[in-house]
Design a protein around this ligand. Structure first.
Ligand SMILES: [Zn+2]
Length: 315
């Protein structure tokens, strides 16, 4: 399994696994799309493959395809929320021995979205695990996870993927080179975000840049119109908002004489030149608010209009 841009962490995990000291409860913390789920699969291979994640055997292949019966990704509701029922199923299921190997591995993705009562239900399991149980958690923000849980897991921070490594991943997946570079830059190396867009990337890159260029030129009618064209597709709409957040961050960095970290140097420079610090900060706030509001549950047409109105209000 290829882990793009994760060499140091992979080496670290390999070394621990070679000594037989992989912890029974692991937390992969990092940004959404940074490769935490891939690392969970890789760690499952380290646990279960006789050669410790050789990548070629039947065990490794079935884990990579999410088909191994003893590697269980705990179900979440549409929108990523955990419900008590699947967790109760887990609590009943843990006593059943593994089907094909020596261990059963439960993966809880985005566990910072779990309610405290959900996490508390797991506490005992993690605290006194049966010999055949392993737990892998992923999260974005460890600060909101109860200390009772954090003190019982071993945390590994998952670094963001460098743009070049992300580009290599997209090229390896068969994407053409111009699109791979644009996407990798657009999402600052976030492979997850590059991959979740249904093949409409070319159009999306154009749309995000049009919105950014229009905002840069204070042409909010064009910005709103461009955003409205993507209001029927949540992944695309979310990707454009992600792009804008990065762009406003870059514009702030440029204002303070720092390097622009993300893609869209021309667009972020234009925003830095044409807006005050306070205005950029307000626009960044508006974009953050849209991201935070879980756009998956909102009417995107209204959300887009709301965003533009906030931007107009703030400048
Ligand atoms: Zn293997």
């Amino acid at each position: 399994m290829k882990l793009y841009g994760k060499d140091t962490l992979k080496r670290h995990l390999d070394e621990i696994a070679a000594k037989g000291r992989l912890p029974h409860a692991i937390m992969f913390s990092g940004h959404s799309g940074s490769g935490r789920k891939t690392l969970a699969r890789y760690t499952a291979q380290l646990f279960l493959c006789p050669e410790r994640a050789c990548g070629n055997c039947a065990v490794c292949r079935s884990i990579e395809n999410d088909a191994h019966p003893d590697v269980i990704f705990v179900k979440r509701q549409c929108g990523g929320k955990y419900l008590m029922d699947p967790l109760s199923d887990v609590l009943r299921d843990v006593v059943i021995l593994p089907i094909s190997g020596e261990m059963k591995i439960y993966v809880f993705e985005e566990c910072d979205t779990m309610l405290p009562r959900h996490l508390n239900a797991l506490l005992k399991l993690i605290e006194e695990p049966a010999p055949h149980l392993r737990f892998i958690f992923t999260c974005e923000n460890t600060a909101i996870i109860p200390e009772t849980i954090m003190s019982r897991v071993t945390e590994f921070e998952v670094p963001d993927t460098p743009v070049d490594e992300c580009e290599r991943c997209l090229l390896d997946s068969g994407m053409d080179s111009a699109k791979a570079r644009s996407l990798a830059e657009m999402f600052s190396g976030n492979i997850g975000k590059c991959g979740g867009l249904d093949g409409s990337e070319g159009e999306l890159i154009g749309a995000a840049r049009t919105v950014a260029a229009a905002i840069g030129a204070r042409d909010f009618v064009t910005a709103g119109g461009s955003l409205a064209k993507h209001q029927s597709n949540r992944a695309e709409f979310g990707a454009i908002m992600d792009y804008l957040v990065n762009l406003f961050r870059d514009a702030m960095a440029l204002k303070f004489g720092c390097e622009a970290e993300y893609f869209g140097k021309k667009e972020s420079r234009k925003i830095a030149d044409n807006f005050t610090e306070a205005e950029i900060l307000n626009m960044l706030d508006a974009a953050f608010e849209i991201q935070r509001n879980e756009i998956y549950n909102l009417n995107l047409g209204l959300t887009g209009a709301y965003f533009i109105s906030k931007v107009v209000d703030s400048v």
